[in-house]
Design a binder for this molecule. Structure first.
Ligand SMILES: *[C@@H]1O[C@H](CO)[C@@H](O)[C@H](O)[C@H]1NC(C)=O
Ligand SMILES: [Zn+2]
Length: 281
């Protein structure tokens, strides 16, 4: 069935364009798994027009994991976290969702900083120790991804539909240096968290399923054969439907290239949040 761990975003053209990215993302969320997830969603969907509200605020619990108390060791500043939440609010403005920082925790633990990664028991240990709030609350963990297995990873996230089965696992784990002002070139404007939170609210990659319908299960994001890298304006990898959605937050483009969620994605994420996180929007 649907995996309890989420999708991963890898850094660097060698992994983004090659088999590693396809394997890492494709094996965690196959087309068959998406079919099962979408069947459940359609059968249980809460229609959002039954609510009088058109906006909702998500509480953010931000957990800084660092090797020591230096910038290079992952000890991101409060102002970076504040700016990161500002970026989320700017990027999600068209969807009706906004974000407010509820708490910041700081844990100096070099083992977690270096070795936490997807599908590892260590990330379960970390989340069990630190997660706060319920289904509607966003927990973010900033780490270093410095183990050989996870080197190059920008982040990974769980989906709304996974919450009820694995509540403590719920949230986003991200590379500390991808926060605004961080040291990861081309990926340091805060769009890694926007992208990962896109998964956390129920969106798939725009290249999910390649050129084959239903792709990302959103009608107004043109199908795309593979992840975009950099900012390849005019790229068009599938016949019909228009150019690839390289400016979409759910593609793999540079931070500076990402500018939008579509109205179709906004409608989907609102229904996902209503159905699985009981956020009435
Ligand atoms: C923030 O988290 C810390 C550590 O878990 C906790 O002691 C504190 O009460 C929390 N503060 C708020 C305002 O939730
Ligand atoms: Zn992703």
């Amino acid at each position: 069935m649907f995996p309890s761990f989420g999708l991963v975003l890898l850094l660097g053209s060698t992994v983004l364009g090659g088999a590693a990215a396809t394997r890492t993302c494709g094996s965690t969320l196959t087309d068959a798994e998406i079919v099962a997830a979408e069947k459940h969603f359609q059968a249980n969907k809460v229609t959002t027009d039954q609510f009088s509200v058109t906006a909702a605020t998500v509480k953010v619990y931000f957990h800084v994991i660092s090797k020591d108390t230096t910038a290079a060791g992952g000890y991101v500043t409060d102002s970076q976290i504040k700016e990161q939440v500002n970026v989320l609010n700017k990027d999600f403005a068209s969807t009706g969702l906004s974000y407010v920082l509820a708490n910041t925790t700081r844990t100096v633990n070099s083992n977690w900083f270096i070795n936490v990664g997807p599908s590892k028991s260590l990330q379960t240990t970390m989340k069990n120790a630190l997660r706060q709030g319920g289904a509607a609350d966003l927990n973010v963990y900033s780490v270093g991804f410095q183990s050989t297995a996870d080197n190059g990873l920008l982040g990974y996230a769980t989906f709304p539909s996974s919450y009820s089965r694995s509540p403590k696992d719920d949230g986003v784990v991200m590379l500390f240096s991808s926060l605004p002002g961080g040291s990861t070139t081309n990926y340091n404007l805060g769009r890694t968290l926007t992208h990962e939170v896109g998964h956390w609210v129920g969106l798939y990659h725009t290249f999910q399923g390649g050129c084959t319908a239903p792709g990302d299960s959103v009608d107004d994001t043109p199908a795309e054969a593979s992840p975009a890298s950099g900012c390849p304006v005019g790229r068009d990898t599938c016949a019909g439907g228009g150019p690839d959605p390289i400016h979409n937050f759910m593609d793999y483009s540079y931070d500076s290239c990402m500018t939008e969620f579509t109205p179709g994605q906004a409608a989907r994420l609102r229904a996902q949040m209503s159905t699985y996180r009981k956020v009435n929007i």
